[in-house]
Design a binder for this molecule. Structure first.
Ligand code: NAP
Length: 315
């Protein structure tokens, strides 16, 4: 049998793993740090990597694979890959956009509702028997009709805004340029102006160095003590320390977070906060969407190996 041309890195579902085995007979690695330890003859034949985000895939790993032509990322966010280094080496990068928009937007809206309506605490109130012993739980906060601000009106941000509009919310947004949006949606040229105009700030930016701390202490302060942050983007896009300080000191009403710095070993201060809804980075985590993401990753790999056009190139 020919040596494997594809290197698979990351924790795949059984279905995705079986499909990759069936289609490409690849070589499997536990993490990017194992690449440089492979025998040279094995590294020389690798033409593509199927990457599912653990560790950072940078210039050193790329240089260890002289015939690498494609890094096919599983996921739309490719901030773990040094795309500039890939481009310099004529290595193409692909991702899995669009197929996950609905799920991530659904989760963002569910998190916003769950945080404000205290749905997790309500469930605990019933299960613990507190309802029967003490009666009604404390009142929570209304969502419909509120003011929502989307930071980053890209593919996912737009889906979130469309859903929140159906909750009769006033839609405000910030992007680097104005978008073609329904009448009445309000554009803000910077995130601080956006935060000062809304009750809910929903962050849907790309991650990576360019958006590091994009929602900064000033924006958090502008959102104010009645404001709620929802983050489904990356932990890096918010000044997490400033957000934790504000949450602990009543300078923010709450937060609903699917992403954090240093996942999954997140800052322990989050655990003590009753005004924060925590999710384990599961925005795209449905059976249906993960299957579609796996298929799109494999389509990109198959096209590359056959010399056809890539389906969803990044660079
Ligand atoms: P997208 O369509 O490319 O939208 C990204 C948004 O980020 C756009 O609004 C864009 O601004 C903004 N942006 C990009 N570079 C920027 C920069 N340098 N400065 C300021 N803003 C910048 O991406 P998408 O498909 O909606 O995905 C967005 C992100 O969601 C992904 O990158 C990923 O990190 C995250 N995500 C999370 C999950 C999860 O499980 N929680 C799942 C999927 C995706 P413009 O509008 O000005 O272009």
């Amino acid at each position: 049998m020919a040596e494997a041309e594809l290197l698979c890195i990351g924790g795949y579902s059984d279905n995705d793993r079986a499909a990759l085995d069936r289609d490409f007979a690849p070589r499997w690695l536990g993490g990017v740090d194992e690449i440089e330890g492979l025998p040279k003859a094995d590294r020389d034949v690798i033409r593509a990597i199927a990457f599912k985000g653990h560790g950072t895939l940078g210039a050193n790993q790329m240089d260890a694979l002289p015939n690498l032509g494609l890094i096919a990322n599983y996921g739309v966010g490719y901030d773990a890959i040094d795309v500039a280094a890939a481009s310099e080496r004529d290595i193409k990068v692909t991702n899995t956009p669009d197929v996950l928009n609905d799920d991530v937007a659904d989760l963002a809206v569910a998190m916003l509702l769950a945080q404000s309506r205290r749905i997790v605490q309500g469930s605990d109130w019933v299960r613990s028997g507190t309802w029967a012993k003490q009666g009604e739980m404390a009142l929570n906060r209304k969502v419909s009709g509120g003011r929502a601000g989307i930071v980053g009106l890209g593919r996912i941000g737009r889906e979130i805004a469309d859903r929140l509009a159906a909750f009769k919310m006033q839609i405000h947004y910030h992007s680097r340029s104005e978008k073609d949006v329904p009448d009445g949606w309000v554009y803000h040229a910077d995130p601080v102006s956006l935060a000062s105009a809304v009750d809910y700030l929903v962050v849907a930016l790309v991650g990576g160095p360019e958006t590091m701390g994009y929602v900064n202490a000033e924006a958090i302060s502008a959102l104010g003590p009645d404001g709620v942050i929802v983050n489904i983007s990356r932990g890096t896009t918010i000044d997490e320390a400033a957000m934790l300080d504000a949450l602990e000191n009543g300078r923010l009403r709450g937060a609903a977070l699917d992403v954090f710095l240093n996942e999954p070993d997140i800052d322990k201060r989050f655990m003590a906060l009753d005004n924060v809804l925590l999710q384990p980075h599961q925005g795209s985590g449905t059976v249906e969407t993960r299957a579609a993401m796996g298929q799109l990753q494999r389509d990109n790999i198959a096209n590359f190996l056959a010399g056809r056009e890539l389906v969803t190139p990044v660079n």
